[in-house]
Each structure stands twice: as structure tokens, then as C-alpha cells.
Design a protein around this ligand. Structure first.
Ligand code: IZC
Ligand code: ZN
Length: 409
């Protein structure tokens, strides 16, 4: 063995390679006095601490909590500029969709992103992924959607690929050209949808720049019909699909996501009972984003109803410069606990195994068990409740990616 984590006070992890829903969402393995053995970046032992275990390097976990590395399965990580100037508009009561309609919001970030070079976006992304790592996130998803043309979208996706290759953060790339209608197509949404379907999506597929395709299905952005046209085209080209659905208005986004065979539907603040039932029937993972509800002053998604309805829940930051400028997944975890009223066990599954499932990686990450990649967080905490209870502090102490210490707080 290359590495041994010994003297683990409490090992807390979900188990398996499939998303967990209903009662299983909260059924995690809790093992006191545990040890983890690593070889070639993978877990080769996970179980009781045993004096016969030896490795080239040993970390004494001093009785602390250990969990899988956190997976942030929904971020808009690569963008130019910031949007702190929108704070004043928000405080004056101007709604998020009204800022967008007036050419601000996403469109102001599009302008700043188009003006940036690939190197500038890469350096900025590198700083952001390092900050995420320091909070215990070892894998994240990143979406395009601030280029809204061939050059801009592919540049953003190349930055995500460059970040993934430079490590240690592992990234999954999602094409989200259908994030807004760009200024130059303001009066020709149909033309922009054709541009996505006929030019940008095939180019992204050819260059293998993204695994997933996402759309913003929302009032004034893309309707359920328009969204499903784009997602069906993406599926034809080999993408797995996702949708921002029912974030602000209940327009049937969840049903659309279910009908299109989405791996996940995101936000779902306004999803109705039929929408939730459609997600359950079609095994669509609900990716819930409580930090966005907090920042926009919106209601919180009906997470407990989703658990009761057997929908697997993942929780993510939605990190972006407009509706969720927070990249600390621990904050989203505490909000999920206090506002959704999910238990710490349900939330742990939501940010590990279910989040890994939402980005098609549950076979490799999302739990601590033999055969999986050694992505691990040692917490400055005695048990799982403590990290939710002490919200506001960064309690991630040692962050391990592929068997290497990549951050020490
Ligand atoms: O930049 O405002 N909701 N997309 C959909 C966002 C928020 C990101 C943004
Ligand atoms: Zn989003």
C-alpha cells in the first residue's frame, strides 16, 4: 500500500455505484475506529483499523471524521468578470429575470467572457478550483453558456478541459449554449436554436469537448418545447442531457426533463407534484441548489416531498456570478439541512454518491469503498452532525485526491 489513513474516529460514506433515493438516501455506512488503504490512487482497503496494516506513508487521522471527497455536480465555473453591481438592483427589488431581460445578468457575463482570453479564463478557473478544493470539493462539473457563439462556447469548454488536465480538481464538462439568447439573436430566437443544433452542438461533439448538454428552461429563456428540441438533438449526437427546470416559474420543466431522458433536472424550486412524480418514474436525479434560493431570496425546493416520492437528490453550489456567487459546498450542505430539513446523512449522500451519479461518475467516485478512486476528506470534526452544526467555518482539514494530499487547511 502507498498510503494508510489510520485512527479514523468515524468513517461516514454511502455505498455502491447507483444513486440512492427514498429511505436509502439516508442509509450511509458509519464505522468507528476505521482505516483506509490506498494503492496507485485507488482504495484497496476500507474497514476496521488493524495493526497488521502497513503502507509507505501513514496519516494519523487523530479520531476525526472522514468522508468521501465532495462532488459539486452543478457549477458555472468559467466566466469573465463578476456581477457585484447587481447587488444594488437586487436590493432595490428588481427580479433576476428582469435584470436579464434588460440585457444585464447572464448577458453582461457573456460580454465579459467574450472579451477574455483562454489563458485569462484558465488562470481565473485555476484560482477558483483551488478554493473549492480547500472546502473539500474534489470533483466538480462546469458548464459553458457565457460564450453563446461557436468561438466563445468552445473556448469555455477548452478551459474546463485544461483545468481537468492540470489537476488536482477533476472536472466534468457540460455544454450549455442554451443558457440565454445572445444580443445578436435578440429578435431571432429560432435562428439561435438552429445555430446551436446545426453548428455548435456538432462542433462540440466532434472535438469531444463536453459529456453533457444542459438548457435553461425558463420563462423568457427557452420554453419546454424549445428545450426538448435542443436536448433531443444533443442526445442524437451522443451527449447525456440535463435541464435547469422550474427554477423560477412552474412551466413544466421537470416533465420536459423526464420526457427527454435527462440524467438530472436542476433547481426544481417551483416543480409541482406531477413534475416530481415524472422525475421519480424516469429515475431523473434532482440536483437541488439551496445557496441559489438563499441568494435570490426565493423559496426552497420541496426536498422532503422528493425523498417521499423516491426521487434521488443531489445538492450542489450552482456557483456562478449572478445567482450563486458561493463556491463553498459546505454552506450549501448546511442550508440543505436547515432549509430542506434533510438529515446530515441524506445530505452526505446528496453531495457524494448522488452528485457523482448526476455526472455519470458513480462507478469511480462518491463513496469510500474498495476499487474506487481515493478521494477523501479528513474533517476537523468528531462526527457528521458537527459539520452541519458549525456552518460558516471551513471544517475540511486534509483533502486527498487520487491518493495524494492536495490541500491542508
Ligand atoms: O449567470 O445568472 N440561473 N443561470 C441560470 C444562471 C442562473 C447563471 C447566471
Ligand atoms: Zn445553474
Amino acid at each position: 500500500m502507498d498510503l494508510l489513513l489510520k485512527n479514523i474516529g468515524l468513517l461516514a460514506t454511502p455505498y455502491g455505484t447507483c444513486p440512492k433515493s427514498g429511505k436509502q438516501q439516508g442509509e450511509i455506512t458509519l464505522l468507528s475506529g476505521a482505516a483506509i488503504g490506498v494503492k496507485d490512487g485507488r482504495i484497496v482497503y476500507s474497514g476496521a483499523s488493524d495493526d497488521s496494516l502497513h503502507a509507505k506513508e501513514t496519516i494519523d487521522c487523530s479520531g476525526k471524521l472522514v468522508t468521501p471527497g465532495l462532488v459539486d455536480c452543478h457549477t458555472h465555473l468559467v466566466f469573465g468578470g463578476w456581477r457585484q453591481h447587481e447587488m444594488a438592483q437586487k436590493l432595490a427589488g428588481i427580479a433576476y429575470l428582469d435584470i436579464l431581460k434588460a440585457g444585464g445578468g447572464i448577458l453582461s457575463t457573456v460580454k465579459a467572457t467574450r472579451e477574455a482570453t483562454q489563458e485569462q479564463l484558465f488562470q481565473k478557473g485555476l484560482g477558483l478550483t483551488r478554493e473549492m478544493l480547500s472546502f473539500g470539493t474534489t470533483t466538480c462539473e462546469g458548464k459553458s453558456g457565457y460564450g453563446l457563439d461557436l468561438a466563445g462556447e468552445t473556448m469555455q469548454l477548452r478551459v474546463i478541459r485544461q483545468l481537468d488536465r492540470s489537476g488536482p480538481m477533476e472536472l466534468a464538462a457540460t455544454f450549455m449554449g442554451a443558457h440565454a439568447v445572445p444580443e445578436e439573436y435578440k429578435n431571432d430566437k429560432e435562428g439561435y436554436i438552429r445555430l446551436i443544433c446545426d453548428l455548435i452542438l456538432p462542433a462540440v461533439a466532434d472535438e469531444k469537448l463536453a459529456e453533457f448538454c444542459d438548457v435553461f428552461c425558463e420563462t423568457g429563456v427557452f420554453s419546454p418545447d424549445e428545450s426538448s428540441r435542443i436536448l433531443n438533438r444533443a442526445r442524437q449526437l451522443g451527449f447525456r442531457v440535463k435541464a435547469h427546470a422550474d427554477e423560477i416559474d412552474p412551466i413544466g420543466g421537470a416533465q420536459m426533463a423526464a420526457e427527454c431522458g435527462c440524467i438530472s433536472a436542476e433547481h426544481l424550486i417551483a416543480a409541482d407534484d406531477d413534475g416530481i412524480a415524472a422525475l421519480a418514474e424516469n429515475n431523473v436525479i434532482a440536483v437541488l441548489l439551496p445557496a441559489t434560493s438563499f441568494y435570490l431570496g426565493k423559496p426552497y425546493a420541496r426536498a422532503r416531498k422528493m425523498v417521499e416520492s423516491n426521487v434521488a437528490i443531489a445538492v450542489a453550489t450552482d456557483f456562478n456570478p449572478g445567482s450563486s456567487p458561493n463556491l463553498n459546498l459546505q454552506l450549501a450542505m448546511s442550508l440543505a439541512c436547515m432549509q430542506y430539513r434533510l438529515t446530515p446523512e441524506q445530505v452526505l449522500t446528496a453531495v457524494t454518491l448522488n452528485a457523482a451519479s448526476a455526472i455519470g461518475r458513480a462507478g469511480n467516485i462518491g463513496s469510500i469503498e474498495q476499487g474506487k478512486q481515493a478521494d477523501v476528506v479528513i474533517w476537523d470534526a468528531p462526527d457528521l452532525d458537527y459539520i452541519f452544526y458549525r456552518y460558516g467555518s471551513n471544517l475540511a482539514k486534509t483533502i486527498i485526491k487520487r491518493g495524494e494530499i492536495v490541500c491542508q487547511n
